[in-house]
Design a protein around this ligand. Structure first.
Ligand SMILES: [Mg+2]
Length: 409
């Protein structure tokens, strides 16, 4: 059966939410930036008036102010973005359960099964746009097509507050002339390589020989060819579907009871090291960190914390676990078992990458360093084995009984 898929994308999401919070921002050029106090803060989003002055995302405040001296700057309100993101998805869920968020401000919807109730894909798209405007106060652009890849192109085709339909009848005239780099999963490197090969449009890509593309891009080549030809058959997952792996955890029972913060840090280091490595190997990040503690009398306690941003950095896992332990365990009590579990897993590629834009330059640098350290350690271990790198505070190996734990549905 022919599917009808929508891709809904909020227009200037961050700037629009900020304007809802403070309507006076709409009166002139304004921008959201990481650290409004610092000249070196980065522009994260701008409104239409600021755009007219040539203000660009990712440039420094200093550069932006030179183009637009009256630019008003506001700090980001992350919790509000998350709240509005939820409200958007709640509206989509009134039309279908098959709502698959693809970043904080965009979602795929499969409305094939609900068209007998709500009309054609185009009618549903128009109604969603109107209701989003009236009930939430945001505008969205919607692409309507028979597959995800073309629906995604459609939401980008005309903005703001527009519906674009790419059908089986019109996709050759309308989709194929578009630049190849606008297609889903064509990153900067793949785009440059395609360009070298003389593949400039999606139509050029569709006309490529499968073996040729596979030879150059491997599996990605197969995917891109399918997408360009309108053969993307990947389903839109239910909003309520369990994501494949729910958690990654590790626990240790210690040969002698741990006593005091020093010894607990040692245990947590080893556990977080293991959990972080497994998350990274799967390309996942976690939204929640949970610790479990058991004392010699077999009393158990577990506590968890939701992170401000998803992570798979060993350092962040460690700092969060330690903070939880300090807050919920008297350090003069002996510990027999410790566990660390990373839950609320998301694919790293989809984890609201945009949010990293909110880092101040210092935070971005720290995060970059953590990533490099983790990547180096992972690479060394892959070549030389797991014991080849051991963190200084886990050298006294406390292990008696280590348990890895992965919960699948
Ligand atoms: Mg958007």
């Amino acid at each position: 059966m022919e599917r009808t898929i929508l891709h809904c994308d909020c227009n200037s999401f961050y700037a629009s939410v900020e304007t809802l919070l403070d309507p006076t921002l709409a009166e002139g050029p304004s921008a959201v930036c990481g650290d409004p106090e610092s000249r070196h803060g980065i522009i994260l989003a701008k409104n239409e008036q600021a755009k007219a002055f040539g203000v660009q995302t990712a440039e420094t405040i200093w550069q932006a102010k030179r183009k637009c001296p009256d630019l008003r700057l506001v700090a980001p309100h992350r919790e509000e973005y998350v709240k509005y993101s939820r409200r958007c998805n709640e509206l989509y869920l009134q039309y279908t359960d098959l709502v698959d968020p693809f970043g904080i401000d965009e979602s795929f919807l499969d409305v094939t099964g609900s068209m007998h109730l709500f009309g054609t894909g185009e009618q549903i798209a128009d109604e969603l746009r109107r209701r989003m405007r009236e009930e939430v106060g945001l505008t969205i652009s919607v692409g309507v097509s028979f597959n995800r890849a073309f629906a995604k192109l459609g939401s980008d085709y005309k903005k703001p507050d527009a519906t674009t339909v790419f059908s089986r009848e019109n996709f050759r005239e309308r989709v194929w002339p578009l630049p190849a780099n606008t297609l889903l999963y064509v990153g900067r490197r793949a785009a440059a390589r395609l360009d070298q090969l003389g593949v400039h449009t999606i139509g050029d890509l569709a006309a490529c020989d499968p073996a040729f593309l596979h030879g150059i891009f491997g599996k990605l080549g197969d995917t891109l060819l399918r997408y360009a030809r309108g053969e993307d058959d990947e389903p839109v997952r239910s909003f309520y579907a369990e994501r494949e792996v729910k958690s990654v955890g590790n626990s240790m029972t210690f040969a002698h009871n741990l006593l005091g913060e020093e010894e607990c840090r040692m245990g947590l280091t080893a556990l977080c090291d293991n959990v972080g490595r497994r998350l990274r190997a799967r390309g996942m990040v976690c939204q929640t960190v949970q610790i479990g503690i058991r004392d010699p009398e077999f009393h158990n306690r577990s506590r968890q914390m939701t992170l401000e941003r998803p992570t798979n950095a060993t350092r962040v896992l460690f700092e969060t676990s330690l903070a939880l332990l300090r807050a919920h365990w008297p350090m003069d009590k002996p510990v027999r078992l410790l566990s660390v579990t990373a839950a609320g897993l998301l694919p790293e590629s989809q984890s609201c990458e945009q949010l990293s834009l909110f880092d101040s330059p210092q935070q971005a640098q720290t995060r970059q360093k953590q990533r490099q350290l983790d990547a180096t350690v992972d690479a060394l271990r892959q070549r030389f084995g797991n014991r080849s790198v051991i963190f200084a505070n886990s050298v006294r190996k406390p292990k008696e009984n280590e348990k890895k734990d992965e919960k699948e549905p």
